[in-house]
Design a protein around this ligand. Structure first.
Ligand code: FES
Length: 134
């Protein structure tokens, strides 16, 4: 039943529809089309444009951007808010703290911001705290 209907559309109705389309013989013929001819042609051109776009889309360069707008994708998601405390006395001479939320050793930077920047075109980096040497 479904295949019969599909076969009828492909073998009978589609060719009849295409035969009735006012497709000009040359590019300049498009200029001479009337408004009603354009209105009949537009859905067909729209479908052609859509099919063309769908055909080339896999080959188009992909935009480098994040898939969502969340900043924190996986760190302590079970908590309503991620808060880290660091005692000043515990600081060694230099410590880099993550600001990209991609570090596997959060809140300490592990260099994951480099991959994030490469993938997204972002420019984030760590907060580096330095203790004056005495
Ligand atoms: Fe996040 Fe370095 S890993 S800033």
């Amino acid at each position: 039943m479904v295949l019969e209907s599909l076969a009828r559309i492909v073998k009978v109705q589609l060719p009849a529809y295409l035969k009735r389309l006012p497709v000009p013989e040359s590019v300049s013929g498009f200029v001479r089309l009337t408004v009603s001819e354009w209105l009949r042609l537009l859905p067909f051109l729209g479908v052609l444009a859509l099919l063309g776009y769908l055909a080339v889309r896999p080959f188009l360069p992909k935009k480098k951007q994040q898939k969502d707008s969340l900043i924190n994708l996986k760190i302590q998601k079970e908590n309503p808010k991620v808060v880290n405390e660091i005692n000043i006395e515990d600081l060694c001479l230099t410590k880099a703290y993550c600001r990209c939320w991609r570090s596997k050793t959060f809140p300490v930077c592990d260099g994951s911001h480099n991959k994030h920047n490469e993938l997204t075109g972002d420019n984030v980096g760590p907060l580096i705290l330095k203790k004056k040497e005495v």
